[in-house]
Ligand binder design. Structure first.
Ligand code: 13P
Length: 256
């Protein structure tokens, strides 16, 4: 946690979820209607097919809805793509960009991720920019260098604490049940804080830094308590309302 930063608990559903899964979004939207939502923000990023219906379900809930990617252009001949404006038009307020699965599957570069984040800002969305090292990079002792390079390349100069969240997701921790040690996460997040503060000045102090990679109910309290970890980006455990709400609930004791 960081003093004066409102944490964000975010779920990335990836390519999971059909209309039947809207019951889970309904349950999460209901479950976050507690006093804790004044102190902790919540977000689910379902697949684009569910975006519009999902936002309608959250009309009277503090739960925000976002998308998992956007194109860098505002509109045009880009078959199969979704623009940031379209996400805003569906009442989405966040978009994830540069997730490692897209960097790998779609060969997305830092340069492209930066352009996507800029498109998100143009549309009034908050970009969640993902960074993180692979297993080989970690073994080679390159973790902090990779984070530095990805922040420099993927985060636009116009980033601020309103329009940008940075998510540290070690690639080898995603979907594997493995997590870095508390000391390793603390080191990475302190490094990121220092790096963005040098570049963005005071905005760097209040920009949210999420941890993602095998966050689950059993480790949430420990991980969310780490200095400079301002919330979670959750994959698998965000698909079930019970698990997502349990991770959100971990903040009850942390914020007491
Ligand atoms: P898991 O929580 O399933 O490891 O996924 C993390 C992730 O990639 C979130 O974006």
């Amino acid at each position: 946690m960081t003093p004066d930063i409102r944490p964000l608990v975010a779920g990335n559903w990836k390519m999971n979820g059909t209309r039947a899964s809207l019951d889970q979004i309904k349950a999460i939207a209901e479950g976050v209607k507690t006093d804790l939502s004044e102190k902790v923000e919540t977000l689910i990023c379902p697949p684009a097919t569910l975006l519009y219906v999902a936002t309608a379900l959250c009309d009277d809930s503090p739960l925000a809805i976002g998308a998992q990617d956007c194109h860098q252009a505002q509109s045009g001949a880009h078959t199969g793509e979704i623009s940031a404006d379209m996400i805003a038009d569906c009442f989405g307020t966040y978009v994830i960009v540069g997730h490692s699965e897209r960097r790998t599957d779609n060969a997305e570069t830092d340069h492209l991720v930066r352009a996507k984040a800029e498109a998100a800002y143009e549309a009034g969305l908050t970009a969640i920019i993902c960074i993180g090292e692979t297993a080989d990079e970690r073994k080679g002792g390159q973790t902090l260098d990779i984070l530095k390079r990805q922040i420099a390349g993927s985060v636009p100069d116009s980033a601020n604490s309103e329009n940008t969240v940075i998510a540290y997701e070690p690639v080898w921790a995603i979907g594997t049940g493995l997590t870095p040690t508390v000391a390793d996460i603390a080191e990475a997040h302190a490094f990121m804080r220092d790096d963005i503060t040098k570049r963005f000045g005071p905005a760097g102090h209040t920009m949210r830094l999420l941890y993602g990679g095998s966050v689950k109910p059993s480790n949430a309290a420990e991980l969310m308590a780490i200095a400079n970890v301002d919330g979670a980006l959750i994959g698998g455990a965000s698909l079930k309302a019970e698990d997502f709400l349990s991770i959100f609930g971990a903040y009850k004791t942390l914020l007491d």
